[in-house]
Design a protein around this ligand. Structure first.
Ligand code: 6GU
Length: 259
């Protein structure tokens, strides 16, 4: 996969040199190219922003600079363009999987109040452009959001993770334990500072381990993300699930209701 990133702070992307993503780049699975937006300015101050039309606080990134930068980076190609912004569509595991199937992604990092909207309009008529948010909070710029997205996408590329199963097992992977967060995990030693590993995990009883894991996943999801439990298809809840949810005082639609 080719991945271009245009930013006024390309230094933000130093973490892409290390770990899984760094290895993927060394192997050629990922071809990451960083670009300094200011290289496409023409004034001595290398100005990338200006005051917003209509007034209001902050500064808006100028369209001409972005246009020249994007034209040069893409040439006659048509990457999928991603613009990180808190006003974008949510970045989810599903979107990460969709983007991991693309051959070429271009990330355009805004700072200040964002990029002049005509840039997204202009390129939106030539290629797929998505404004994407990584969550309901405001960052100072899109760089960290792009790091998040590149890591989420990169680990899905064939051969990037050592263990193919660990991707399928992810909390939000379709077909994992549907809609449930992953429960707690343990390794050796069996007792650490007086804290024991749950005995069932040492029992070698695969059925009991699976049931215990589902219970823990349900408990954790009720505690941390109750809306995910509320959104579960009630038909996917067995008797044991229902009893556990009842113990946790989590209300679910009763079984066998005549429609
Ligand atoms: Cl993608 N950018 C910025 N600046 N803030 C954010 C965001 C993106 N996603 C959540 N907050």
């Amino acid at each position: 996969m080719r991945l271009d990133i245009i930013s006024i702070f390309p230094e933000y992307f130093a973490p892409l040199d290390v770990s899984l993503i760094g290895k993927a780049r060394e192997r050629g699975t990922l071809d990451v190219r960083l670009h300094q937006l200011r290289d496409w300015t023409h004034d001595v101050h290398k100005t990338v922003d200006d005051t917003p039309y209509g007034g209001g606080p902050g500064m808006v990134m100028k369209p001409e600079v972005w246009g020249e930068a994007i034209d040069t980076v893409i040439g006659s190609g048509e990457p999928r363009m991603i613009v990180p912004t808190p006003s974008g569509r949510p970045f989810t595991q599903e979107l990460a999987q969709e983007l991991a199937r693309e051959q070429w992604l271009l990330f355009c990092c805004g700072r200040y109040e964002g990029i002049d909207s005509r840039v997204m309009r202009e390129y939106g008529s030539r290629m797929r452009v998505d404004e994407v948010s990584i969550g309901d909070y405001v960052l100072a710029g899109g760089e960290v959001a792009v790091l998040v997205m590149v890591e989420a996408i990169g680990r899905l590329l064939p051969g990037v993770l050592g263990n193919a199963c660990s991707v399928a097992d992810d909390s939000f992977a379709p077909g994992a334990m549907q809609n449930l967060l992953e429960g707690p995990v343990y390794t050796k030693p069996p007792v650490w500072r007086g804290h024991e590993v749950p005995a069932v995990l040492l029992s070698g009883h695969h059925g009991k381990v699976a049931r215990w894991r589902r219970d823990e996943a349900l408990r954790r999801t009720v505690a941390n993300r109750p809306e995910l439990v509320a959104a579960m298809d009630p038909d996917t809840l067995d008797k044991h699930d229902r009893r556990l949810l009842d113990e946790l005082s989590f209300r679910v639609e009763p079984e066998d209701v005549a429609n």
